[in-house]
Design a protein. Structure first.
Length: 315
């Protein structure tokens, strides 16, 4: 019963919640109605756009999540006794963490390859991979709330209840059209960009937080009329003269654009795996985390801990 309630609450829709748990919508609705009768209070308000939690539903949600976590831990305990890793790992993914071992400055991490090898070794472990419309901020909130077991994030900050396991950092550079007035510059400063029209990621994305902070620190208010969720879209807008952007050098090389270092700002974006601090990970999650850190050349974490070292550039 908590599974259906949590799924609907997180999806904001009975239909999407039913699809997530792979149960008929009518069955999910009936389960929630039964729970509401037992508790004597409505848990959702029905709206045209979906459903929203009532005060009672909001109060119940963390308790329901805790029940699901306890149930998963119980299964993990039994599975370990039976032998072999089992269970499902819920993973938050970034839109673009590329596997580019020959490229300088980009993080060397191929999640698909890691998961493929992990599946061969541990075939009884399954994965649920999710992206977030709120970028890394959405993943961090989901990890803290218990909705994800781990997540790849690009973030300069993280909320309480989350531990960051650094993987490396990606350098962002100034990118403009070859027709731009700064296209032939060897380097630029933030003040050179004060009057530019910017293309950037939506709020909540790690690189957006990084660049907003850099410009705010320089006392510059940017104009950002264009928001794009991926590097290729941003690059296309830059190439066609609609604005400038801060993007990774790798993946931005094109004959129609210039890529220029910014000399007076820290634009190294930390990349990390986020895990919760308030609950013990399953054996499968711990094993996958160790595989990811090993692939990035990092040392697996101690079994417990609340923090991690500062992110460093990969060697």
């Amino acid at each position: 019963m908590p599974t259906n309630f949590v799924a609907v609450a997180e999806e904001g829709s009975v239909t999407k919640g039913a699809q997530r748990v792979r149960v008929a919508q009518s069955a999910v609705s009936a389960t929630i109605q039964k729970l509401e009768r037992e508790l004597g209070a409505p848990l959702f308000s029905r709206e045209a756009a979906g459903v929203a939690l009532t005060d009672a539903g909001t109060a119940l949600l963390p308790e329901a999540r805790a029940l699901l976590s306890a149930e998963r831990r119980a299964r993990d305990t039994v599975d370990q006794v039976r032998g072999g890793l089992r269970g499902t790992i819920r993973i938050g993914t970034l839109h673009s963490i590329g596997a580019r071992p020959a490229s300088r400055g980009m993080l060397v991490i191929d999640l698909a390859e890691i998961l493929g090898r992990f599946h061969v070794t541990h075939p009884l472990v399954s994965f649920q991979m999710r992206s977030s419309a709120q970028g890394s901020a959405g993943h961090l909130a989901a990890v803290a709330a218990g909705d994800l077991d781990l997540a790849l994030v690009a973030a300069v900050d993280h909320p309480p209840g989350v531990r960051m396991h650094p993987l490396g950092a990606v350098r962002w550079s100034f990118v403009c059209s070859r027709r731009h007035r700064l296209a032939d510059a060897s380097t630029v400063r933030l003040e050179d960009l004060a009057d530019e029209t910017f293309i950037d990621s939506p709020p909540g994305w790690g690189n957006r937080a990084m660049t907003d902070r850099a410009f705010a620190g320089a006392g510059i208010v940017r104009s950002v009329p264009f928001e794009a969720a991926d590097q290729d879209t941003s690059l296309g807008l830059v190439r066609n003269g609609l604005g400038v952007a801060l993007l990774p050098r790798v993946g931005s090389e094109h004959e129609d654009v210039a890529i220029i270092d910014v000399e007076d700002a820290d634009l190294d974006l930390p990349i990390a795996v986020a895990t919760p601090t308030d609950r013990q990970p399953s054996a499968a999650t711990s094993a996958l985390l160790a595989s990811i850190l090993k692939a990035a050349g990092r040392r697996p974490p101690a079994r417990r801990g609340n923090g991690g070292p500062a992110a460093a550039r990969p060697s």
